[in-house]
Design a protein around this ligand. Sequence first.
Ligand SMILES: *Cc1c(COP(=O)(O)O)cnc(C)c1O
Length: 357
Amino acid sequence: MRQATVYIDSEALQYNLNRVKQLAPTAKIVSMVKANAYGHGVKDCLAALGSTDAFGVACLEEALEIRALGFQQPITLIEGIFSLDEMPIVLDNQLELMIHHQQQLDWLRLYKDQYIQKGLKVWVKLNSGMNRLGFKVSDIIDVIQSLKADGFQCVLAMHFANADVDHHPLNELQKQQFLQVKEACSPILASCCNSAAIFKWPELNFDFVRPGIMLYGASPFADQSAHDLDIRPVMTFTAEIIALNHIQAGESVGYGSTFISEQEMDIAIVSIGYGDGYPRAYLTQNYVSIHGQATPVIGRVAMDMIAIDVTGLNAPIGTVVELWGKHRLVDDVATANGTIGYELLCRMTGRPKRKKI
Ligand SMILES: *Cc1c(COP(=O)(O)O)cnc(C)c1O
């Protein structure tokens, strides 16, 4: 059988959740499990995240999947609802809305009594300069005051555009605006930290932190690895060697014959490709790991196969190759491919087998 497997390490997930608890001991944890738990599979991840205070997802369908699995924690829809007909389902399933524009406010008000009766909080998003979602600082205070006057329990929410960058000027501006609104609307619950901000600004943890990538053991920072941050990779992605070729100097490998050997070498073909979610676009030398040994990927990545240089290695057919995981970090594969770990994880396909360990 073709071996392409994604292992999900529940203990690593629990470990990383505990890291959040250590870093933000007084905040409640809203574990971000959008995009199928960053490609890890909600089903396999939720049990390990059982002790989280709440979940965050991008849309109703993702929230309903969590409810269908029997989890009762609060769930925040971080982009709110997209149409009014979602509102009854939101109420039936005890979901909390993040509100980012006037129309959503109007929709919420139509269901005011039921929403408040169910004890659901309204998350109100501040646009402090990222310019994706949210009310501007000049409008949000009125929005929150009127929601509070109506009896809603509000959480002031904000997202940093550059939490992963030291000394970015927008960071200070965003912080200042957030604190200004928080002060003007006091008392109010507050939440502005994603993974990078949890590591960097403990003073901004407030009532709720919203970790995503760190739970999965990948780094939000370009210059700090998962090991540096003491978080553990949750996903291990493996395949097997299915063929071996001995080639002479001057021979090429794979589509486009982009790789031409300079000397005799042993190459192995591994049963993995972009059809599984392994990236094709590498910019700099990429590696896989065989028993912890970094082994170069050579030639183009195809839909179902890659070639690696196994010269001098004892790597017979059937040898397990780690594409990313504990030895070859997903962030390093991402860097070699001009992207970030988030993207590689989220674009995993359903093709590899999944196993929970
Ligand atoms: C995805 C998301 C997060 C988590 O971000 P990470 O960088 O993965 O920690 C937090 N807050 C919001 C609003 C998000 O959309």
